[in-house]
Design a protein around this ligand. Structure first.
Ligand code: SAH
Ligand code: SF4
Length: 360
């Protein structure tokens, strides 16, 4: 089988070229062709010797995941459904804003952590994505959208907030992060790349040591009793440990705060008293809050908080000098909003199963 070059972080690319008797600068040239020019055809890599191009054609390829479906929401949000084999699909969402383009990237097909309010969690875990499948989402989105008038790629920010828990697919995630950051690849600033985690404490330390980028924590509850229920991994890494890990992370982080994501569930975690409890909880962690209106999906056991409750909650945090934003709901008419990803694929599969069974 041909080697997919999207699977190599920069150092691995150099090592692979060396194995094939090629100098390190060749690896750099190829990286630049793939990521800076968006090129996948070796014939077009005009500054490589003809013999090297021929060799690469024989043994290598540049292969992003196959797109099964593409949708555009009324607000310009775009979603691609990517085939990752054996009937699995993951999603990538592009969110255009005035001053940036954010790509929300998936790291696993499904997720093992089973948070109570998350449609990905309800699917269970299927498998980890490879480096090529993770960085391939950025490659594909840039390729599809095309360069801006100023010659830059439209994806200026990446958030690992699609399907899956990035820190439970650590190696492939970090390799993909290194490609996002490397000057010969996308060259994004560490501040523009965000890993979102439900709180895998040991992997947070490892990320800080190996590839620090901006950090978002899916908090969702002010105490262990409620968080154990909403985010079951809290039973393993409770809030006290999570807060300490955030402090350790900030020592080496590119930003001087962590972002706490907090999905607003009506009558569950959206009360004023809970906002006050949060203030105590995060007292020693420099942070910002991002309140996320709950995005419903079929069979979801929760309801979105009233906007009034969300604003009241924000005001309590703001009065304690915690910068708090309310996330705009984007792309929900194509089920591309947080936590809705690939819910429809699951439904489809079930439907197909039913049809097959009915036809027997
Ligand atoms: N596994 C990682 C990253 C993917 S989830 C994590 O949990 O952080 C990305 C974000 O979407 C998380 O903050 C998650 O809590 C949130 N989310 C999940 N389901 C949601 C839903 N139905 N509505 C709104 N946000 C949701
Ligand atoms: Fe997994 Fe994140 Fe969904 Fe929890 S919220 S089930 S960690 S993807």
């Amino acid at each position: 089988m041909k080697q997919n070059l999207l699977d190599f972080e920069p150092d691995a690319m150099t090592a692979w070229f060396a194995e094939h008797g090629e100098k390190p600068f060749r690896a750099k040239q190829v990286l630049r062709w793939i990521y800076k020019s968006g090129e996948s055809d070796f014939d077009a890599m005009s500054d490589l010797a003809k013999s090297l191009r021929e060799k690469l054609k024989q043994i290598a390829c540049v292969q992003a995941p196959t797109v099964m479906r593409e949708e555009t929401a009324s607000d310009g949000t775009r979603k691609w459904l990517l085939d990752v084999g054996t009937g699995n699909a993951v999603e990538t969402v592009y969110i255009p804003e005035e001053d940036r383009g954010t790509l929300c990237v998936s790291t696993q097909a499904g997720c093992a952590l089973d948070c109570a309010f998350c449609s990905t969690g309800k699917q269970g875990f299927n498998r980890n994505l490879s480096t090529a499948e993770i960085i391939g989402q950025v490659w594909w989105a840039n390729h599809q959208l095309g360069k801006n008038e100023d010659g830059n790629w439209p994806v200026t920010n990446v958030v690992l907030m699609g399907m899956g828990e990035p820190l439970l697919n650590f190696d492939s995630t970090v390799s993909a992060l290194r490609l996002m950051l490397d000057d010969n690849a996308y060259g994004l600033s560490r501040r523009r790349v965000t890993v979102s985690t439900s709180g895998v404490v040991p992997a947070m330390d490892k990320l800080r040591d190996e590839c620090p980028v901006a950090l978002a924590i899916s908090l969702h509850a002010p105490n262990d009793a409620l968080r154990n229920m909403l985010v079951p991994i809290n039973q393993k890494y409770p809030l006290r440990e999570l807060m300490a890990a955030c402090q350790r992370y900030l020592v080496k982080a590119p930003r001087d705060f962590v972002t706490f994501e907090y999905v607003m569930l009506a009558g569950v975690n959206d009360g004023v008293q809970q906002a006050r409890e949060l203030i105590d909880l995060v007292r020693d962690v420099p942070c910002k809050f991002n309140l996320i209106p709950f995005n419903p999906f079929p069979q979801a056991p929760y309801q979105r908080s009233e906007m009034e409750a969300v604003k009241r909650f924000r005001d309590v945090l703001m009065q304690a000098d915690i910068v708090t934003t309310i996330r705009k709901v984007r792309g929900d008419d194509i089920a591309a909003a947080c936590g809705q990803l690939a819910g429809q694929v699951l439904d489809k599969t079930k439907r197909t199963q039913r049809q097959v069974e009915a036809g027997r």
